[in-house]
Design a protein around this ligand. Structure first.
Ligand code: FRU
Length: 506
């Protein structure tokens, strides 16, 4: 069927209960321009507007597989009236306005703004059709979503990667006062019809207008070393004097590559991270006056080491930081104050709403020596406290005044203690805090343990001590059980404001 693209957005009526269909739009020459797997339905739960900015006014051939009776409507604007007011919209965790999200991508501080890109399916609330979504923030807490940054093409769908500010114009791409902003991504070939027979290559897109729009740089920056290799994370390494890219190969193998010009990359080292896969992060941290490098995978298992010559050399064996729903965390490129700040993907899902999944609380990473070992810690960034309302302190039990809360507790470590929170129960016994199928070590001092808990409508994040171990539990808060309790505990609770408040007001 021929259709005319009559507006910027193609409106997709979607239901979580419908069968998946493939929607294909071809141009005059028969080339596939748009290809979306989506659960189109005549009884839709919500409408997802798909950005057709490159095709407005064109006549295209529409096909559905399997064939179905559907002709899309178009609109020039999205209808945002009901957005961000949904009962299950997380308040303190970043979500996309619509569609599924997974890994944080291209997290960068650039020209006074935090840019957060993310794995995005704009055409459904489950994984698929990977695009890069984009949002910006001045303060790391309040976010505004921008237009889609990267669309699938004939090289593949747009899998995870990272950003670099090319402030020395090593790529030669600079055209004006803006340093080029580079996005390195994996083109996941053969994940759709458009990219049949292509492999997984690491590629680059760039912006010369201050991070508003992105063009794809021609050719692969890194060829395929192993089927499915992916997730380039790039950082400047002072010790070696070059940029280092970490990628995931396969099994539990990762690779480090070097570059002087941010365009050509030389493989240098293969490293096994036992029990790990996907989305490496690689960064330096200081501890007791010494500089170390941390290499970790998507499950937050990490190796602390140092640079010797041109190589990363482990100083200790792999250790766990997290248990639970956080995955594929990525730290920020270009933070001027020397802090290492990151977001993880919060896999706690919500259904029946036009969005799914979220990011974790922004976390600051530090390295501490505990019992002789170098211990990586993750703790909510200081900025996060701007979201706090008026605090309430109590012993044993405190009523929860809002829908999401920042909670600090001191708990006696003797015996068995139960923490009840909005209907969720966590148990502390013998230095282990357990909940559902997650458990972390909690060490006490003078018979007391410190916990920081960030509770949102869909999830509960727990930080033990200074964040030596963390846990993220999926839990829909039960509004009839609006209290936090733990016998013998000192508890302070702050309600948290919505990170979307500014957007709603502005
Ligand atoms: C991790 C991951 C990455 C990949 C992306 C695809 O969650 O599987 O390895 O790049 O998600 O969405």
């Amino acid at each position: 069927m021929k259709i005319r693209i009559d507006g910027r957005y193609m409106l997709l009526p979607v239901s979580e209960h419908a069968c998946k269909k493939k929607l294909i739009l071809r141009d005059d020459a028969g080339k596939i321009c748009v290809e979306l797997d989506t659960r189109l339905s005549a009884n839709s739960d919500f409408v997802l507007p798909y950005d057709m900015r490159d095709y407005i006014g064109k006549v295209m051939e529409l096909n559905l597989e399997p064939e179905a009776d559907f002709a899309p409507d178009f609109a020039d604007e999205t209808d945002d009236a009901l957005l961000y007011a949904e009962t299950w919209r997380p308040l303190a965790h970043f979500t996309s306005a619509r569609g599924w999200i997974n890994d944080p991508n291209g997290f960068v501080f650039y020209e006074g703004w935090y840019h957060l890109f993310f794995q995005h399916n704009p055409a459904d609330t489950c994984w698929g059709n990977m695009h890069w979504g984009h949002a910006v923030s001045r303060d790391l807490c309040h976010w505004t979503q921008c237009e889609e940054a990267l669309f699938p093409d004939e090289t593949g769908t747009m899998f995870s990667g990272s950003a670099v500010v090319d402030d020395k114009n090593l790529t030669g791409l600079q055209e004006n006062d803006h340093a080029p902003l580079l996005l390195y991504y994996t083109a996941a070939g053969n994940t759709n019809l458009m990219s049949r027979e292509a492999g997984y290559t690491q590629r680059m897109a760039y912006s010369v207008d201050g991070g508003k729009t992105f063009k794809k740089y021609p050719g692969a920056r890194v060829k395929e070393f192993a089927p499915g290799n992916r997730d380039p994370k790039i950082i400047w390494c002072e010790e070696i004097g070059c940029y280092v890219m970490a990628i995931y190969l396969c099994g539990s193998e990762f690779m480090l590559l070097h570059s002087d010009n941010l365009l050509d990359w030389t493989p240098v080292q293969r490293i096994t991270l036992e029990g790990e896969n996907e989305c490496p992060d690689f960064y330096p941290l200081e501890c007791e006056g010494r500089r170390y490098w941390v290499l970790m995978g998507a499950h937050d298992r990490y190796i602390v080491g140092h640079i010797e010559g041109r190589l990363f050399v482990p100083d200790q064996t792999i250790r766990p930081l997290h248990s639970g729903k956080s995955y594929a965390a990525q730290s920020c490129f270009g933070l001027a104050d020397g802090r290492r700040v990151r977001f993880g993907w919060n896999r706690s899902g919500v259904s029946g709403v036009p969005f799914n999944c979220s990011m974790t609380t922004p976390q600051e990473m530090t390295l501490k020596k505990i019992d002789g070992a170098l211990c990586l810690c993750a703790y909510p960034c200081a900025e996060f406290e701007v979201l706090r309302g008026e605090g309430v302190t109590g012993r044993d039990e405190v009523r929860l005044p809002g829908r999401a809360h920042d909670i600090v507790m001191t708990i006696p470590t003797d015996g068995r203690r139960e923490i009840a929170l909005f209907g969720l129960t966590m148990t502390l016994k013998n230095g282990r805090l357990s909940c559902q199928d997650s458990a972390i070590s909690v060490s006490g001092r003078d018979g007391q343990a410190a916990l920081r808990i960030v509770q949102d409508v869909h999830a509960v994040e727990v930080y033990a001590g200074q964040g030596e171990s963390t846990m993220l539990i999926a839990h829909l808060s039960d509004a009839l059980l609006k209290y936090v309790s733990c016998p013998g505990a000192e508890i302070t609770v702050w309600p948290i404001d919505s990170i979307w408040q500014e957007r709603a007001e502005g």
